[in-house]
Ligand binder design. Structure first.
Ligand SMILES: N[C@@H](CCC(=O)N[C@@H](CSS)C(=O)NCC(=O)O)C(=O)O
Ligand SMILES: [Fe+2]
Length: 292
């Protein structure tokens, strides 16, 4: 089934410190209900267009993802959850692969590392930063549930998955013509491989996280790949079906899940007092205050 694109309105917002920009985030009617159907045709041609790289930052065990439409003449690309320390590596890769980086995107306001989105903007002018409107952080573009972030013929659909933080979102791949199979879900810290994000700060709520994962991620096709923002156990990828069967927290009923989350006894992330305020400003809070 072909999706009918309808441009509703642009979701743009401006950080006072950044250039004015006008890149659109596209909203499409009935998108979420269509995503729930199984009537999309599979096309190996369409799925082969996606260039995909998983990158790792070892100090915070963070995964950054590079995606591009390799079939498009411009090879438009985006980065999900870049880290400040590895921005040069990521931008070198973008250059080596001949990609045109459009967007630097966060799944949420990270507590354990400084995002690379602000640095990327300064080193690669024209790139737009994106975060959810619900995060209340600064960025060039704010996304809401159902929005599509387009790069060439491909896009990321935005799904609201609060619970680890108030503004957490999951980005799910899609194609303007055919639904590539399988899809990929970038779950941030909402769903980790055999785990999930903690819920004890940044507006976290175990009740909300349970609902988010079950309603927004576990409803995706079971062969959907799960690529989280972190891994602490040596995993790199899972699937929705695998997590529905084997996730030791989210396979439990809600009350058992809430009990597990209330008793994690994790120490606070070492960088939280630096990272959260900085990440409210694309990781550039100190740089900006020093500059002004
Ligand atoms: N030790 C690390 C932080 C580890 C941590 O708290 N990770 C977060 C995701 S980053 S906000 C988390 O939700 N972990 C869940 C879990 O079960 O481990 C540091 O000091 O930075
Ligand atoms: Fe987090």
């Amino acid at each position: 089934m072909l999706l009918k694109f309808q441009f509703l309105h642009f979701s743009t917002a401006f950080s006072p410190k950044f250039h004015k920009i006008s890149a659109p985030v596209i909203r499409i009617t009935k998108f979420r209900s269509q995503m729930g159907s199984s009537s999309y045709t599979t096309s190996s041609a369409s799925s082969s267009k996606l260039l995909f790289r998983q990158l790792f930052e070892k100090d915070s065990s963070t995964y950054t993802y590079l995606l591009a439409d390799a079939s498009h003449p411009d090879k438009p690309a985006l980065l999900v959850d870049p880290v400040d320390k590895t921005v040069d590596r990521d931008l070198s890769l973008v250059k080596e692969l001949g990609l045109k980086l459009l967007y630097a995107i966060n799944t949420h306001v990270h507590a354990d590392h400084v995002t690379g989105t602000g640095l990327i903007k300064s080193k690669a002018p024209g790139v737009k930063s994106i975060i959810s409107k619900a995060s209340n952080a600064k960025a060039d573009l704010f996304v809401e549930p159902g929005d599509k972030i387009c790069f060439g013929d491909l896009f990321l659909e935005v799904r609201s998955t609060p619970g680890h933080t108030l503004g957490c979102v999951t980005y799910v791949t899609g194609d303007g013509h055919n639904q590539p199979q399988p899809r990929i879900a970038f779950t941030g810290d909402a769903l980790l491989i055999r785990g999930c994000g903690r819920t004890d700060f940044q507006g976290g709520s175990s009740e909300q996280l349970y609902k988010s994962v079950h309603s927004q991620i576990f409803t995706l096709p079971k062969d959907t790949f799960v690529y989280p923002a972190h891994d602490y156990k040596g995993f790199s990828v899972s699937t929705v079906g695998e997590e529905m069967l084997y996730n030791p927290r989210l396979t439990k009923d809600k009350e058992a899940f809430k009990n597990i989350m209330a008793n994690l006894n994790l120490s606070y992330p070492k960088m939280i007092d630096v990272a959260v305020p900085a990440n409210m400003f694309c990781g550039l809070q100190d740089v900006e205050s020093k500059a002004s």
